[in-house]
Every structure is written in structure tokens, then in C-alpha cells.
Ligand binder design. Structure first.
Ligand code: NIG
Ligand code: FE
Length: 414
């Protein structure tokens, strides 16, 4: 089966020329081909180049998608979300708008524990139904691969319930879903004042089960004052590594806590948030290649400071973007929205924002060998946008410009 995309006004390949990621000045080069074409064979990219170079004989027996006046990009990769949840927290949003802080709301039993309470009362079937609805919208907004974390269960049964929902949805839905175990998201109410006991539950019961049943690829922890200290995270992440779970961290979000330095020490695949990263932390990420996943939607939603993306990129840190889609700190799954924020609030260029949402975002999930750019041999996860050039992605914000989504070589119908 051959599918040909022809007459592409701008083909944005994000070609890495064999590299896993793009850093520094190479992020400015999107490998753009004007008037391009792509040949897809089954689920993979067979060829891409200029229309003039496309041999007409290769179109014989091919399905043809005419992309005239439109642009083509690799599907967006969203490497950090908490998409499996129930309930909503619009009341907390309203409280923040009149001056309460995220931490104040959490200390009164709101925040993460608000959603935990709801998820514990929701059946697996209902959780799945809610998540499926969001995933459909996520695809329509151009995201073809997404990471989803547990962390709203915080006991053995409910953490497993969420991870089973994630892995089953990956089998059943077109979108690729990468699962992350985040048992260390908050201290559950039944362990208040007894954090070490909860950590013991994570280490002795949850992680061995998740590893044995292959319910996740990554293990994450919320490294933050009042949640899990660096020492706690070291224990949890190291235990995860023993059963094959690759390390990630939520770090330096609300306060500077040495989280980036810890991620570098542990050899994490990514460290996420980093609004309060230290200069030492930036250097540690630059030297180790740990990917910084930045979440500007959270800074917008919570009215917090933004991560110092400009400084990180200039110092050679690998930067990726993600939505962090969740009911408490970012109720948006729009990667283009994150790109607009990256440009207007974090001094990233449109080119850097696009690399951070495709190739580098795939690398944050250890998948950039097969995803994140339009190059021969990679998976045919491709989006067609109804805009005149790629700069319109961050520029014309608040509207979904996606015209077609091609996942694993198949044009999706919505
Ligand atoms: O990534 N920072 C910790 N966890 C989530 C927030 C989840 C919530 O508030 O429900 C985050 O922002
Ligand atoms: Fe998060």
C-alpha cells in the first residue's frame, strides 16, 4: 500500500540527519522543503523530497492526497500528561483567579488529592470512556503520540486501575500511548504524617507489580517540598530502574530543590517542569543530555513563572515541550498552544518550538529513532495543516489548523 502526499506547500521534515535530538543552533534548521511530496509505504516513510523529483511512475497504484496550499509536519508528540482522570477542578481555577495559590488550595485538601478522591470512586470502565474522549480530541489537534502518567490512584488497586486503562487504550486506539508509573505523585490521605510507609508501599508492592505486568515504560516522581524529597525520589526511581522502568522526574516546579541535579545523577531520560531550575542544574542537564521537558501551559494556568528556556537552549540543554494535560494545573491538550506560549513567554523561536514538540519530544520518550521527523524509514505519523507556512502554528493561536492526521500510514477519519 502506497500513499502519496503531493503538492505540499511547505514540507517541514525536522530532519535530524541521524541524530537523536536537536540542540542549540541546529534547532533553527527545520529541514523545510518547499513544494514537497512524501511517499508512505504501509506504516513507514519511503521517500520525501521536492515535487519535481517525485517520479510519476511511483504514483501508479498509489492513493494520492493532494495537500495543495497546505503544510505538512511530523505528528506532534506530547511527552508529559496526566490524561486519565475523572472530575474537574474549575472551582480551584476560580479560587486562584481571586488570589489563592496552588499550594494553599492543596494544603486544604484540594489539588492532586481532589482528583485522587474522584478517581478512586470511578470505575475502570468509566475512566476509560473519559480518557478515550480526550484522546480523540488530542489526535484531532495533531498529537499522534502521547505519554500518560498514573498518580491519581495512590494505592495499589487504583494505581493499577489507571495503568491498565492506559495500556489497554494503547492497544485499542490509533494514537500511540506511552505509560508512566507515578505512584510518588502525592502522599495519600491515609498516609498523612507517614510518608516513609507510603514509600515502602510504592517500593515493595507497586513497582514490582508494574514491572512484572509491564504496565509502564517509565517511573516518575514529584520531587518537591511537601511531596517527595530528593532522597525519597532517589529510592523510588532506583527501585523502578531495577525492574526496567526508565527514570523521569517532576522537578523544580514550585521551588528550587536540586531536582535537575538529581535527574542528571540518576541518568533520567527527562526531567520535567524546571520553572525554578538552578544554574548548576542547567549545566548538569547540558553535560548529561537529560532532556528538559518544559510545560508552559502550567505557568499560564497557575500564573507561575516560566522555565528559563532561552538560557537552557543557549547552554546546550536538549529542550522539549509538553502540555502536562491534567484537571489541576493545565486543562489543555493543545501542543500548538504550548508553542505560542514558548514563543511569547519563554523567548523560543517558532523553529525551536516545533523541534521541541516533535523530534525532541519523541526523544523524551526514547522514541526519536522511529518518530518525531519525516525521514526515510521512520513511522508515517504525519499531520497536514491548513496554514500558509509553519510560523502560523504559534502565530495564529487558539484555533485548530489540523486538516488531516495520518497515523501509521493511515488517514484518520474523525
Ligand atoms: O505536573 N506537579 C505535579 N503534578 C501535576 C499537577 C497535577 C494536579 O494538580 O492534579 C503537574 O503539574
Ligand atoms: Fe505533570
Amino acid at each position: 500500500m502506497i500513499l502519496a502526499l503531493i503538492n505540499i506547500k511547505q514540507l517541514v521534515t525536522v530532519s535530524a540527519h541521524g541524530d537523536r535530538v536537536k540542540t542549540g543552533k541546529t534547532m533553527q534548521d527545520l529541514g523545510v522543503i518547499e513544494n514537497g511530496a512524501v511517499l508512505i509505504e504501509n506504516d513507514s516513510i519511503r521517500w520525501c523530497g521536492r515535487m519535481e523529483e517525485l517520479s510519476m511512475s511511483s504514483l501508479k497504484d498509489a492513493d494520492v492526497l493532494d495537500c495543495i496550499n497546505r503544510i505538512v509536519l511530523p505528528g506532534f508528540v506530547d511527552p508529559h500528561t496526566h490524561l486519565v482522570f475523572s472530575g474537574s477542578r474549575e472551582n480551584e481555577f476560580a479560587m486562584r483567579s481571586t488570589g489563592s495559590s496552588y499550594q494553599e488550595i492543596a494544603s486544604k485538601g484540594g489539588g492532586i488529592l481532589n482528583t485522587v478522591n474522584s478517581v478512586r470512586q470511578t470505575t475502570k470502565k468509566d475512566l476509560k470512556k473519559l480518557a478515550r474522549k480526550y484522546l480523540n480530541k488530542v489526535l484531532q489537534h495533531g498529537t499522534t503520540t502521547i505519554e500518560i502518567k498514573s498518580g491519581y490512584g495512590l494505592d495499589v488497586d487504583n494505581e493499577i486501575k489507571i495503568l491498565e486503562v492506559i495500556t489497554e487504550l494503547n492497544d485499542e486506539e490509533m494514537i500511540t500511548i506511552i505509560s508512566t508509573f507515578l505512584g510518588a505523585h502525592a502522599i495519600p490521605p491515609e498516609f498523612t504524617g507517614n510518608k516513609q510507609e507510603y514509600i515502602r508501599l510504592i517500593v515493595e508492592k507497586m513497582i514490582p507489580y508494574v514491572g512484572k505486568k509491564k504496565l509502564a515504560s517509565f517511573c516518575d516522581a514529584f520531587c518537591e517540598k511537601g511531596y517527595f524529597e530528593p532522597n525519597d525520589c532517589r529510592t523510588i526511581i532506583s527501585e523502578g530502574m531495577k525492574v526496567g522502568l526508565l527514570p523521569k522526574l517532576h522537578a523544580d516546579e514550585l521551588t528550587a530543590g536540586g531536582g535537575a541535579e538529581l535527574a542528571a545523577e540518576l541518568g533520567a531520560v527527562s526531567v520535567d517542569h524546571l520553572e525554578h531550575i538552578s544554574d548548576i542544574g542547567i549545566r548538569a542537564l547540558a553535560t548529561t543530555g537529560v532532556i528538559a521537558v518544559l510545560l508552559p501551559g502550567v505557568s499560564l494556568f497557575l500564573n507561575h513563572k516560566y522555565a528559563p528556556a532561552r538560557k537552557m537552549i543557549d547552554q546546550g540543554v536538549v529542550v522539549a515541550l509538553a502540555t502536562d494535560f491534567n484537571p489541576g494545573s493545565c486543562m489543555s491538550y493543545s501542543m500548538p498552544m504550548m508553542m505560542t506560549l514558548a514563543c511569547t513567554q519563554m523567548q523560543m523561536s517558532p523553529e525551536e518550538a516545533i523541534v521541541s514538540s516533535t523530534l525532541n519530544a519523541a526523544a523524551a520518550l526514547n522514541l526519536s529513532h522511529s518518530l518525531g521527523s519525516i525521514e526515510i524509514g521512520k513511522k508515517a505519523d504525519i499531520i497536514v495543516l491548513d496554514i500558509p507556512n509553519y510560523k502560523f502554528i504559534p502565530y495564529h493561536f487558539g484555533e485548530n489548523h489540523v486538516w488531516r492526521v495520518i497515523k501509521n500510514g493511515v488517514i484518520l477519519e474523525f
